[in-house]
Write a protein that binds this ligand. Structure first.
Ligand code: B4P
Length: 192
């Protein structure tokens, strides 16, 4: 079973690369950002609470996202593997994910980190904000807050996987196809 964590700051290309990876490796895509946005669109209580935090560029509570992932794993027990996109975002989430996966006798295979500088992140997110309608992509101040949340709370997750020998970093600037090939190479040694 192949279980990947796609890691990186907001705008690093996690969602973009996930779309390619799920097709090539036949994985189930679990994006906590997408799951939260569907709760918001459905107008659930969870969505309303998450929206207040997301619109400020802040992380939603660990228990909320861990609960969402737990249900998705339960729903997809016969899946050939998963790509976790935007999760885990804290060490507590990473620890919880290990426990959840062990219940299905599996574990994270590899964590791929996309490395992109903050100037490029800001450029990409502001560009996406022109068409995405995402409130968190609308202004530079909010994007700075998201990057700060990442540096404070999410960056330590890299050490967590590094200690397990599962960490690989890849440059996230350049052609999307080229970056995809490098990720595949890290996963299985292939070049396409
Ligand atoms: P996410 O939905 O995960 O948002 P994101 O970090 O911006 O990543 P995304 O995948 O959308 O962007 P991508 O890098 O692909 O999270 C949103 C919010 O939800 C968080 O701020 C938080 O509040 C909450 N949340 C989510 N998960 C949580 C968790 N686990 N715990 C707590 N809170 C959580 O792409 C960005 C742009 O770059 C795109 O427009 C793309 O076209 C472009 N791009 C990609 N690759 C490129 C390349 N190589 N060159 C040029 N442009 C590129």
């Amino acid at each position: 079973m192949l279980n990947l964590v796609l890691f990186g700051p907001p705008g690093a290309g996690k969602g973009t690369q996930s779309e390619y990876l799920i097709k090539k490796y036949n994985l189930i895509h679990l994006s906590t950002g997408d799951l939260l946005r569907s709760q918001i669109a459905a107008g659930t209580e969870l969505g309303l609470q998450a929206k207040q935090l997301m619109d400020q560029g802040l992380l939603v509570p660990d228990a909320v996202v861990i609960g969402m992932i737990e249900s998705k794993l339960q729903e997809n027990q016969s899946a050939p593997g998963f790509i976790f996109d935007g999760f885990p975002r804290t060490v507590r989430q990473a620890e919880a994910l290990d426990v959840l996966l062990s219940q299905y006798n599996t574990e994270i295979t590899k964590m791929i980190a996309l490395v992109v500088d903050s100037e490029e992140l800001t450029r990409r997110l502001l560009l996406r904000g022109q068409t995405s309608g995402r409130p968190d992509d609308q202004n530079e101040e909010l994007i700075r807050r998201r990057v700060k949340e990442y540096n404070d709370k999410t960056a330590p997750v890299a050490d967590y996987y590094s200690q397990q020998g599962k960490f690989a970093a890849i440059g996230g600037i350049g052609e999307i196809d080229t970056i995809f090939k490098e990720i595949c190479h890290q996963i299985d040694g292939s070049d396409s």
